[in-house]
Design a protein around this ligand. Structure first.
Ligand SMILES: Nc1ncnc2c1ncn2[C@@H]1O[C@H](COP(=O)(O)OP(=O)(O)O)[C@@H](O)[C@H]1O
Ligand SMILES: [Mg+2]
Length: 359
């Protein structure tokens, strides 16, 4: 048995660290705290020169090998350059987490501007965000959990007041379950219907833009007259795939324009794609999709098509379990394991009665 394996099995980390550090050529590291997390252990270190966070990052793989861990993540302190913590993960993902019940009095829709809980991070902490005025892109290979992620957003959106849902579901699978809550849903890849829907949304954007200009105001909050419009597309690459190439190009152009003009007037989109390539996602449109979630990808190029290079560690995506994503709003990506929303829950979550009536 190697000494590293023996140490891992027989000694707590506080005692093994000096040996591991010595073997990896690190000097001047002191263990401040050891904490267990959902994935393994987190060791807080104080560094003295010449050891810096760069040195630690360089030997992270060695630390993983020494402890027989799945990976090691190095985190810097925001306040002090001499403090780092390293997470030694024995598993890669916290795994499946069911959607918690969100209890609210029946018949009272929730505030659409509240924070939406999406799942948990690698330490088991809850991950949430506010999405009014933000477009969302969800990418990943088939089976990675895109449609489930869509359900998590739908669960929150459906339960909100003054939210009007529009959908395009080229594969007719996912959005059908929520049909009653939708103001309008195009099932299938019929080009005429898709173009009609997108054109009607453009007419609405124009109405809102005119309204804002008469008010002399720059921001529109969700109201009965101007609900937050969310356009959900389950497979971007398949939109209007049943039409001629001219119709497809028209639908594509309308969708891109919706994304660029809608945000300021309370019209946002959630786009899913299983083909995260630069053909589907051009850089200009991607920049406008400010909340991006990369579920499991085939390779780092696909992940970069979603998140853009430099915002994530490619190794973080490899072997990602179903439902685990990296989420970037343009800055460094953070992990989120989406809650699981099973079919049986959708009926209760869809809140058909909350659909804006006149819309
Ligand atoms: N966050 C998750 N937690 C647990 N199971 C999930 C999660 N996301 C997806 N799954 C399961 O994985 C399978 C594929 O998910 P799906 O959302 O349909 O993937 P995609 O739309 O990317 O093809 C489904 O059976 C689903 O129940
Ligand atoms: Mg799907």
């Amino acid at each position: 048995m190697s000494s590293a394996t023996w140490l891992r099995q027989h000694l707590p980390v506080r005692m093994t660290w000096p040996t591991v550090a010595r073997e990896l050529g690190l000097s001047g590291t002191k263990v401040r705290k050891v904490k267990t997390t959902k994935l393994g252990i987190e060791v807080a270190l104080r560094l003295t020169p010449p050891t810096t966070h760069v040195t630690i990052e360089r030997v992270a793989d060695g630390v993983a090998v020494a402890y027989g861990a799945a990976r090691v993540r190095v985190r810097l302190s925001e306040l002090r350059a001499d403090l780092v913590s390293i997470s030694i993960d024995f598993t890669r993902s916290v795994g499946i987490v069911p959607l918690p019940d969100f209890h609210h009095p029946v018949g009272i829709p929730l505030d659409p501007l509240r924070s939406f809980a999406l799942g948990i991070d690698d330490d088991g902490e809850s991950v949430s965000g506010k999405f009014y005025g933000h477009h969302i892109l969800v990418g990943g290979i088939p089976g990675s959990g895109k449609s489930n992620a869509l359900r998590v957003f739908l669960a929150h959106l459906s339960a909100s007041r003054n939210v009007s849902l529009f959908g395009i579901d080229p594969k007719r699978v996912e959005l059908t379950l929520w049909q009653e809550r939708f103001t309008h849903l195009v099932l299938g890849n019929d080009a005429t219907e898709t173009i009609e829907l997108l054109e009607s949304l453009h007419a609405e954007i124009n109405r809102r833009t005119r309204h804002l200009s008469t008010l002399g105001s720059a921001k529109l909050l969700p109201s009965e007259e101007f609900p937050w419009i969310v356009l959900l597309v389950d497979e971007w690459a398949e939109v209007a795939a049943g039409g001629s190439s001219k119709e497809r190009a028209r639908a594509d152009e309308l969708l891109r324009r919706y994304v660029s003009l809608g945000r300021a007037v309370g019209c946002t989109a959630i786009l899913c794609t299983q083909r995260p390539t630069s053909e589907v996602i051009d850089v200009g449109t991607r920049t406008l999709l400010n909340e991006r979630f990369a579920l499991r990808c085939g390779d780092r190029h696909q992940a970069e098509a979603i998140l853009s290079a430099g915002t994530f560690q490619p190794g973080d995506l490899i072997g990602a379990s179903v439902g685990r994503a990296l989420w970037s709003d343009g800055g460094p990506a953070k992990p989120v394991q989406f809650f699981e929303v099973i079919d049986d829950l959708v009926g209760d979550l869809s809140c058909a009665g909350y659909r804006p009536s006149h819309f």
